[in-house]
Design a protein around this ligand. Sequence first.
Ligand SMILES: [Fe+2]
Ligand SMILES: [Fe+2]
Length: 368
Amino acid sequence: MTTLQTEFTEAELLADHPVAEPLWAGGVRCHGGFTDDGTYVSPRTRNRWPAIRAWEAQRVEQFGTPVLDVPLETWPESFPSVEQSAFLIRNGVPGPTVSSLTRIGTVEGFGGMLRMLPVPDLQRCFDEDITGTAIAHIDHGLFEAHARDECGHGDLAGHDRMWFVARDIAFEQPVTADQTRRMLARMGLASGGRGPAGRSGPGTAPRLLPGDIDLQLEMLVARMIGLLLIEISAFHSFRWAEAVLGDPDLVAGDGEAGTLVSYIRSDETPHVAWLRTALSEMRDRTWVGVDGARHAGTDMVGRLWDRSLAESLGARRQENLAFVMGEVVDAVAGRPDGDALVEEMLSLGTVVRRPDGSVVDPEPGPPA
Ligand SMILES: [Fe+2]
Ligand SMILES: [Fe+2]
């Protein structure tokens, strides 16, 4: 048996490392900070990282199964790509990049709603003991820490504002509040608060699991899988943003905006890690229906996983392509060279425009 500590209080999971220097960016005090030697440390990771590692070690000891995973290459690259963004910026069209950064920050802020998700009595949902697991800590520190990372806590800015700060450093305060409102309306996010998860989340989706599985459990797991897939696929956005915002020949700020994004990226690693472990713990267990019937966790998690992955690669990707293309067309409207700019931009990436103006990923070609 593992001798590592596997039970933590909420206060422990929310505790910070001591830092020698806080993180300030664009005049905003952000979460996280730096040790004496200048290393960046993410917020609330003093015990959260050791806890996640201990839960994962214990899970492997008890069940011997591989952790749930899906490689980043499962998702296509960012649209616009680094080359496409650079091309547009150099041609005096920063708008679509500004919009993408605003969208990322807005969606990050929706992460704060995690803490509002109802969590059923989880021990009752599984046959095996859940003492000292990530499952047992979901509503005892893990959701709260995650929510605070995404939308800030107290006076400290979290990821939502940090993305806006990165945007404002790189493009020197590019948008007014009014422009932001109209941009969010174009994204379908104007009503605020609901977020993409509310639009296509399990609340509106038909049930996938047997009727005797607690609906709250199904909704919780579906939301956690959706979140994990967003967190993993977002690493494409980080690569893109770090490359574009870190290029001093392209944007303002001497690379500071790109560095800020790299801090956000390192804050995301514990998000991916705890979600993978908690979902693997659920997959490894036997699920108990409200009447006591038993169901294999591999089957329950597998069904929700397949639906979520299909959505992420299908509808979500399509929405994103359509949004970005709309922003590009909007940004060049009225320029005599507008059409030529759009054509040349598209030639620098893989996304193709169909005769009706819609944009899609290319069909995979026949094997070479
Ligand atoms: Fe985040
Ligand atoms: Fe995250």
